[in-house]
Ligand binder design. Structure first.
Ligand code: D5M
Ligand code: FE
Ligand code: ZN
Length: 481
């Protein structure tokens, strides 16, 4: 026993006190410099009350680590694709998907005054127009040649082609993603055809944040990759153990959100088996379950799949099916959702998306890169769509309804996938890329991707103050803001 602890205990014993073994356990973890003061104050207070035993409750109250029952943990699943997935067939399916996308986004943009002057593509039929008008649609062509940019937009009536001369506007046009919805202000060109004079995105209106009444904290995690050789098991295990420690911050945690790539999966990339320590999905999920099980039961846990998890690869993804791990589904404090999903935590709206589309977007958009995932997240919010580009690397299923449109405006936007923990703000929305718990893989090293793994991001849902816990021993491995 430490000398300071012996001294403190003797002080209490000499005053006629008994010390309960549970209280003793807490004292062992207390900073030795504070021991004397703590014991003296508790002894004074309890002598006044004429109660001569020091128990766990006294210490927890004194240290402010008592379970605070006023901290709410109310969770509502606002949207989850799991039971909505229908997958239309072939071409018919894709027509339905794109017309759903168009209609949803046109409804969003119709809040703007300009939309009163919207014309359909077919109604223009290359006629001369006197005053500026507006058209909207999904971008099907975007190309630049000899200092001119050509854009083609598709709406349900047909297609509209316009050209852009203005240099600044051409730059804006260069950041448009294929199949993204946009509204254009147009005028007639001198000879024939149309000039695009402005491009208007659905975007997010500035809005007031929803707040939790109590200071409950939420933890944002993603990309654990349990089962991979590179999964940082020790660090992750330390982190989940910390959640149940007497640390005053940990004591306030009421939610843990996991944004996909819970496990590394099997057969996801060639020769993956050589980089796995668990060779089956079941084994991997069991290990994830055992780790998650260390989280106290008053903490609600939301689990979303990513491209490495079982279910289906195409977006939107259903929740990780129960057949691979019934234990997680059976736990009362665990909520299995699909990708993407919107949840409410004590009234704070969180939009969760694994982030598969980031790969396609950074490849085709000037100014965006893997190093700054929150810039890509801002791009998605402005497009009001989580995965606009169709037919590239990210598989998208031909759903009858486009479930990737950002209909609800969140207070927090939580994404993962690119393994870089980063924070930012956009129009009052807290942007979190929750990084990963997997060390750099040989593939990532070969393409120059530098993850910053082992960082847990925590948010106070009342004040939106952000904290983080860094479990990496590498000093360069820091949270990006
Ligand atoms: O993806 C983590 C990041 O690494 C994500 O941005 C994609 C990229 N990545 C990983 N493997 C590949 C392959 N084989 N091709 C292209 N890009 C890749 P994760 O979903 O964790 O694997
Ligand atoms: Fe991942
Ligand atoms: Zn991923």
């Amino acid at each position: 026993m430490k000398k300071e602890l012996t001294l403190a205990l003797n002080y209490a014993l000499n005053k006629g006190f008994q010390i309960h073994p549970d209280a003793f356990k807490i004292l062992e973890d207390v900073d030795v410099k504070k021991l004397e003061k703590i014991i003296k104050e508790i002894v004074r207070e309890k002598t006044r009350q004429k109660l001569f035993q020091i128990n766990q409750d006294d210490l927890e109250t004194y240290l402010g680590i008592k379970d605070d029952l006023s901290l709410q943990n109310e969770i509502k699943i606002i949207s989850d694709p799991t039971n909505k997935i229908t997958s239309g067939e072939g071409v018919k399916g894709y027509n339905a998907l794109f017309s759903s996308r168009f209609n949803k986004l046109k409804r969003i943009i119709s809040d703007r005054p300009e939309s009163k002057m919207l014309k359909s593509a077919a109604s223009l039929k290359n006629t001369k127009i006197e005053d500026d008008l507006y058209v909207c649609g999904l971008v099907s062509v975007r190309n630049s040649e000899r200092n001119i940019t050509k854009i083609v937009l598709e709406d349900p009536s047909g297609s509209f082609e316009g050209i852009i001369f203005d240099e600044e506007l051409q730059k804006t046009a260069g950041t448009l993603l294929l199949d993204q919805f946009v509204m254009a202000r147009i005028g007639s060109a001198k000879n024939s055809g149309y000039i695009i004079k402005d491009l208007i995105l659905p975007d997010i209106p500035e809005q007031a944040k929803n707040k939790s009444e109590s200071e409950a904290y939420a933890v944002f995690l993603s990309d654990l990759h349990v089962g991979s050789k590179y999964f940082m098991e020790e660090e992750f295990s330390d982190f989940v153990s910390w959640i149940s420690s007497p640390d005053p911050v940990a004591k306030k945690i009421r939610f843990v959100l996991i944004g996909g790539d819970v496990v590394d999966g099997v057969g996801i990339y060639p020769n993956q088996n050589k980089e796995l320590v668990c060779q089956t999905i079941q084994e991997q999920l069991k290990k994830a379950e055992d780790l998650i099980d260390k989280i106290p039961k008053n903490v609600k846990i939301i689990i979303m799949p990513g491209n490495h998890d079982p279910g289906r690869r195409a977006l939107p993804q259903p929740a990780i099916p129960e057949k691979y791990n019934s234990g997680l589904w059976e736990r009362e404090n665990v909520f299995m959702v699909g990708n993407p999903a919107v949840v409410s935590l004590n009234g704070v709206k969180v939009s969760m998306f694994h982030g598969q589309s980031i790969d396609d977007i950074v490849k085709t958009t000037p100014g965006l890169s893997y190093d700054r995932p929150t810039d890509v997240m801002r791009h998605l919010l402005r497009a009001r769509h989580l995965s606009p580009i169709y037919g590239s690397q990210t598989p998208i299923a031909p759903e009858m309804e486009d479930l990737m449109v950002i209909q609800d405006i969140p207070d927090i936007f939580h994404v993962g996938h690119v393994h870089r923990a980063q924070l930012d703000m956009y129009k009052g929305i807290l942007l979190i890329n929750s990084g990963s718990w997997q060390k750099q893989t040989p593939f990532q090293a070969s393409v120059g991707m530098t993850p910053n793994p082992g960082i847990a991001i925590l948010v106070n849902l009342k004040t939106f103050q952000v904290f983080h816990q860094n479990y990496s021993s590498n000093l360069d491995n820091v949270l990006q803001t």
